[in-house]
Design a binder for this molecule. Structure first.
Ligand SMILES: C[S@@+](CC[C@H](N)C(=O)[O-])C[C@H]1O[C@@H](n2cnc3c(N)ncnc32)[C@H](O)[C@@H]1O
Length: 486
C-alpha cells in the first residue's frame, strides 16, 4: 500500500466545522473543487463513458468549465481522458493479464481507475510510483478502501513492464494473426480492423497490413483543430490573424495549432466554426459540379448539427440560390439554425422533418446533399470511445435507412441535377454497397468521378468515389459519391 505521507498528491485536510472557507462562510451553490482535479475529472468522464455511454467530447468541457479547471490541470485532464480512451483496448489486454479473474467481472466504478492508472504508467512521463499513488488516492474516495487495495495491487503488477514489453506478452504473434496483433497493439475491436482493411483494399488474411496499421495508428493521434471561415462572413485571413495557420486543401479552412477555438472572435460570432477539412471539401465538391439550367434550389436532407449546412448556405447565398436544411431531431435542427444564421442573403432555411417522408415534390431540387447517419467510423480520432460502442452489425443495421435516404435524395433531384451521398465512415457496407444496391433498381443515374471535383487533394480517389483517410490527408475518413440524375 502506498505510504500516504510520501504521496505528492496527499489531499490537504479540511478544518472541521465552519465549512473550511476563509471567514467561515459557505457558498452552497459552488461545489468544492475536487482534490487532484485533473485526474478526478478524467476519472469522472471515463466512468460516465463506461456507465452511461456519455460522450467524452461533450462531458469533459462541461466538467472543466463547472469545476473552473484551466491551464495545466485542464490540459492534463484532457490528455488523461483521451489518452486512456484511445488505448483502452491495449490497456484492457494488459490488465486482463494482471488479474486472476476476467476483466469483464471488474465493476464499472473500478475499471476506469485501472485504465487511468495503466495509461499514466505506460504512456505518459508521470513516474510510475506517482501514477499508482495518485490513482489509488482517487480510488479511496470513489470506490472505498477495499476496492482501492485491489486497484493498487493490479497497478503494481502493471508497473512490472513498459508498454513494449507488455505488448510482446499480450498481443498475438503478427505472422500468425495479423488482425489480432494490430487490434491489441493499436486498440481497436478486431471486427473493425477487418472492416478497415477491406475498405483500404488490403487482405485481412495477409500479414502485410501496412496501410491498415498506418490508419489504426492515426486514429490514436490527437487530431488537429480545423476551422471553417463561412463564405461571405469571414475569411481565412481573419482566422490566420487570430492565430490559425493556412490549411492544406480547403479554401475555407485554417488550422488552430493551440488554444480554445471559442476564444476566436469569428467563432464566437458564428462567422467561423470548428469543422473537419474533409467535411468542408465534400460539401464544396457538390457545389463544383456544373448543372445546366436553373441552380437555385439546394437541399441538405440530414443537416444536424449543421456543419455542412453552414458552409452550403453561404455558398448558395453567393450564387443567389437557397438552401433547405432538413433535420429530424428538433434539438439538432436548432443547431442547424444557428449554423446557417446570417448566411449570405439569408440563404438557409431549416425545417424539422423526416426526409424519408418528403414534404417536397419529386424533382424539386437542383443540388442535394444526403449526409446519412452512419457508424461514425471515420471520426475515431475525435470520438475514441465510439469504437467500443459499435458492433460488427451496426453498419448492416443502418443500411436500410441509408438506402432509403439515398433513394429519396435521387427522387428529390431534377433531371440534370446532382446528389452528393456522404458518410463519415469508410465501411464498405455504408458506402459503395449502399450505392450499388440503390442504383441496381434505377436507370436514371450516372455516377460521376468524384475525385475530378477535388483536384487539389492527392490520393483521394476510390474508383469513382472519394475516400478521405486520416493517415493520408490528416482528416476524418469521409466518403463521397456524386450522382447525376439523368
Ligand atoms: C451524419 S449526421 C449529418 C451531419 C451534418 N450534415 C453536418 O455536416 O453537420 C446525420 C443527421 O441526420 C439526421 N437524420 C437521421 N435520420 C433522418 C431522417 N430520416 N430525416 C432527416 N434527418 C435525419 C440525424 O439526426 C443526424 O443529425
Amino acid at each position: 500500500m502506498t505510504d500516504r505521507s510520501r504521496s505528492p498528491y496527499r489531499p490537504s485536510r479540511r478544518p472541521k466545522g465552519g465549512g473550511g472557507q476563509s471567514g467561515g462562510k459557505k457558498n452552497p451553490a459552488t461545489p468544492p473543487a475536487p482534490r487532484d482535479p485533473a485526474r478526478r475529472t478524467a476519472y469522472d468522464v471515463l466512468r460516465a463513458v463506461e456507465e452511461r455511454d456519455a460522450y467524452a467530447n461533450l462531458l469533459l468541457p462541461t466538467l472543466l468549465r463547472e469545476r473552473n479547471i484551466t491551464g495545466r490541470d485542464a490540459a492534463l485532464a484532457t490528455e488523461l481522458t483521451y489518452g486512456t480512451l484511445r488505448l483502452q483496448g491495449t490497456y484492457d489486454a494488459i490488465l486482463d493479464a494482471c488479474i486472476d479473474r476476467s476483466l469483464k467481472s471488474v465493476d464499472k466504478e473500478a475499471l476506469p481507475l485501472l485504465r487511468l492508472g495503466a495509461h499514466q504508467q505506460l504512456s505518459t512521463n508521470i513516474p510510475p510510483h506517482a501514477a499508482v499513488s495518485a490513482t489509488v488516492n482517487i480510488a479511496r474516495r470513489v470506490v472505498g478502501h477495499h476496492r482501492a487495495r485491489f486497484v493498487n495491487a493490479v497497478l503494481r503488477k502493471v508497473s512490472a513492464r513498459d508498454l513494449d514489453a507488455w505488448l510482446a506478452v499480450v498481443a498475438p504473434d503478427r505472422d500468425a494473426d495479423a488482425v489480432g496483433h494490430l487490434a491489441v497493439v493499436h486498440s481497436h475491436p478486431r471486427w473493425m480492423v477487418n472492416a478497415l482493411a477491406a475498405a483500404l483494399g488490403e487482405d485481412p488474411k495477409s500479414s502485410d497490413l501496412t496501410e491498415t496499421e498506418q490508419l489504426l495508428a492515426a486514429h490514436n493521434e490527437r487530431p488537429r483543430v480545423t476551422l471553417v471561415a463561412k463564405p461571405g462572413r469571414a475569411s481565412v485571413a481573419d482566422l490566420i490573424e487570430g492565430g490559425a495557420t493556412e490549411a492544406r486543401y480547403s479554401p475555407f479552412a485554417a488550422y488552430l495549432p493551440e488554444g480554445d477555438p471559442a476564444l476566436l472572435r469569428e467563432v464566437r460570432q458564428r462567422r467561423a466554426a470548428v469543422q473537419d477539412e474533409a467535411s468542408q471539401l465534400v460539401a464544396l465538391a457538390l457545389t463544383r459540379v456544373s448543372v445546366e439550367g436553373a441552380d437555385a434550389r439546394w437541399l441538405d436532407m440530414c443537416a444536424g448539427p449543421g456543419g455542412k449546412a453552414g458552409l452550403l448556405a453561404g455558398l448558395a447565398g453567393q450564387r443567389d440560390a437557397r438552401l433547405l436544411a432538413v433535420e429530424v431531431q428538433p434539438a439538432r435542427a436548432g443547431l442547424v439554425a444557428q449554423a446557417v444564421q446570417r448566411s449570405v442573403r439569408d440563404a438557409g432555411r431549416v425545417v424539422v422533418a423526416d426526409s424519408t417522408r418528403p414534404a417536397w415534390r419529386d424533382g424539386a431540387f437542383d443540388r442535394v446533399l444526403v449526409d446519412v447517419p452512419c457508424t461514425g467510423m471515420g471520426a475515431l480520432r475525435r470520438r475514441p470511445e465510439s469504437r467500443w460502442r459499435r458492433t460488427p452489425h451496426t453498419a448492416d443495421e443502418l443500411a436500410p435507412l441509408q438506402r432509403d435516404l439515398l433513394a429519396r435524395a435521387l427522387d428529390a433531384t431534377r433531371s440534370g441535377g446532382v446528389v452528393a451521398y456522404v458518410t463519415c465512415s469508410p465501411h464498405l457496407s455504408e458506402t459503395r454497397s449502399v450505392i450499388e444496391d440503390v442504383l441496381a433498381d434505377r436507370s436514371d443515374v450516372t455516377v460521376l468521378r468524384a475525385a475530378d471535383f477535388l483536384d487539389e487533394v492527392p490520393d483521394v480517389a476510390a474508383g469513382d468515389y472519394v475516400q478521405f483517410w486520416p493517415h493520408r490527408h490528416g482528416t476524418d475518413a469521409m466518403f463521397l459519391a456524386l450522382l447525376r440524375k439523368n
